[in-house]
Design a binder for this molecule. Structure first.
Ligand SMILES: [Zn+2]
Length: 379
């Protein structure tokens, strides 16, 4: 018995997207779903109570950051991450790999692991597949991710091939290192960049290890959206139907819909909260930059089609004033709305799958959002 199982409910006849349920030790959640990111055991500016109220099911936390601060021992002593941060629903932790590769300039990759310097104080550190799993075991997340290499985009074919092979060997070590397979599910990560045969090789290697779930990694790293969609189109069919599929680091509304159409069940991204702290909002009519002067006397909500707590209560003019004045409350309001917007969007995607009309939904959403216009501004 694995800690996390996936139940396929139906496939959209129009688009091929999957409607399913993810059963975890901390509840059952409908998919496709969006997972808010709580890097340091907090989704920036949001309380767990607010996340629950807006319908967040699973949230993500970062192993690398919690390893450095406060340290996994303190989280273990607190009774695990769920207790430490007062979140009784699902938690997914990443492996730390992405941060090691993106935050650190000085790193040395060996078969054993990665030597790098801590981005806070320059201290030398060494992260291995076993160490990543030991930290995630201490954190007690429901879903853990295998430690993988995240090559930059673009990477040469030969580099990518060596990297994929090392990632497969590391994946096997991660599986062996997991001390709590009954309560913590470990997902494998398919890499391979934009090379179809390497994606195939990676998927074959990882599915032979029979993970309880699979992620598609190495996307949303600077490649054009068409490349991402193409890679997904040939990668998801390589993954077993009875396991969940997670597209890492993707959170723009168009990519969530296009990912679901290509058989993805889970998404996460810092995008909604990061742009919120800039004063940028996602709305049903496209992006809205709340700082703009034209909203100074605009007493309508951020999004007239949104029924979130913020849109029912506060005006653009008020939120603009707060954001311009750098008031924390302003960023709380934009963060709340953006997260709610994506959680609601996934609810609409699930409803469209249920009714076999996800391609129609996509068309209408893209039209209204402005994605179909030439030079449409995306995130
Ligand atoms: Zn709203």
């Amino acid at each position: 018995m694995t800690a996390v199982t996936y139940e396929l409910i139906k496939v959209c006849k129009q688009s091929g997207a999957r409607l399913g349920k993810l059963h975890t030790p901390h509840g059952t959640f409908e998919t496709p779903m969006f997972m808010p990111v709580g890097t340091l055991a907090t989704v920036k500016t949001m309380s767990p109570e607010e996340l629950k109220e807006m319908g967040a099911g699973v949230i993500l936390s970062n192993t690398y950051h919690l390893w450095l601060r406060p340290g996994e021992d303190i989280v273990r002593e607190a009774g695990g991450l769920h207790k430490f941060m007062n979140w009784d629903q699902g938690i997914l932790t990443d492996s730390g790999g992405f941060q090691v590769f993106s935050l650190s300039d000085l790193r040395d990759i060996t078969e054993e692991g990665v030597h790098f310097r801590n981005h806070l104080n320059g201290e030398k550190l060494f992260l291995t597949p076993e160490k990543s799993i030991a930290i995630q075991n201490a954190l007690g997340s429901d879903i853990m991710m295998a430690f993988d290499e995240c090559p930059p985009y673009p990477a040469s074919y030969n580099y990518m091939k060596a990297s994929v092979e090392r990632t497969s060997r590391w994946a096997e070590r991660c599986l062996e290192a997991n001390e709590n397979p009954d309560t913590q599910a470990l997902f494998g990560i398919v890499q391979g960049g934009e090379f179809e045969d390497l994606r195939k090789q990676s998927a074959r290697d990882l599915t032979s290890l029979d993970f309880p779930g699979y992620a598609v990694g190495g996307l949303s790293v600077g490649e054009p959206k068409e490349v991402m969609n193409e890679v997904l189109s040939y990668t998801t069919p390589l993954l077993p139907d009875n396991k969940p599929r997670y597209l890492m680091g993707v959170g723009s509304p168009d990519s969530l819909i296009d990912g679901a159409i290509r058989g993805i069940d889970m998404f996460d991204c810092v995008l909604p909260t990061r742009i919120a702290r800039n004063g940028t909002c996602m709305t049903s009519a496209g992006r809205l930059v709340i700082r703009n002067a034209k909203y100074a006397r605009d007493f309508r909500p951020i999004d007239e089609n949104c029924d979130c707590h913020v849109c029912r209560t506060y005006s653009r003019a008020y939120i603009r004033h707060l954001v311009k004045a750098n008031e924390t409350f302003g960023f709380r309001l934009t963060s709340y709305h953006n997260l709610y917007f994506l959680i609601k969007l996934m609810e609409c995607v699930r409803q469209a799958i249920r009714e076999d009309r996800l391609l129609d939904y996509r068309e209408a959403f893209f039209e209204q959002y402005g994605f179909n216009k030439p030079n449409a501004r995306n995130f």
